[in-house]
Design a protein around this ligand. Sequence first.
Ligand code: SF4
Length: 218
Amino acid sequence: MRIGVYVCHCGSNIAGTVRVSEVAEFARSLPNVTIARDYLYMCSEPGLELVKSDITEFNLDRIVIAACSPAMHQATFMNEAERVGLNPYCLERANIREQCSWVHADSDTATQKARDLLAAAVVKASLASVSAAAAASPMPDDFRVSITNPPGKGAYPIASFTWLLIPTQIQDADKREAIKEFLDWMLTSGQRYCEGLGYAKLPMELVSKEMKAIALIR
Ligand code: SF4
């Protein structure tokens, strides 16, 4: 994924409160961000040209515009993106004007909120961002863990594992072996079917931990 991020000043509407160059600098540290810029008026002719030339030059496949509400200029940005071959639905907006600079007088608060809104717009729900969420939190020995709001920058915040409750002792030997065999397949060769079915792959460290737990089933 190659993401371009554009942080608009809107004259002093945004830049009067939000430290826009700091927000653009922050965007450069986010996963998959190829380029991040701040600009005086993103919806102006030169602003739109800047976005379009970046899409072409850097082969961007997503853009995030941090500016006014999507109620304004959503069609403008989508149409311009489409003109240079980008799917217009690969455009995300972070509303750092109506939801941020216009409702906060304090510069530190507004800048922090703009960073948070931007980070949320950059990290999309995807199989990769859900896998990143799974890898971000250490798994305890009893497998009781929540991966909601994980710490990693590329980790999607609304993610969860799918759980299987399996007895540690199974009297019926045939049933026990069949279950262990199925679990082994699920964690090894079965992982290759995950993405096609819309599930994120498990991190390797977690798979090896689960394999050790399965070996203990008697
Ligand atoms: S894109 Fe929106 S926020 Fe930026 S200059 Fe235009 S109206 Fe203002």
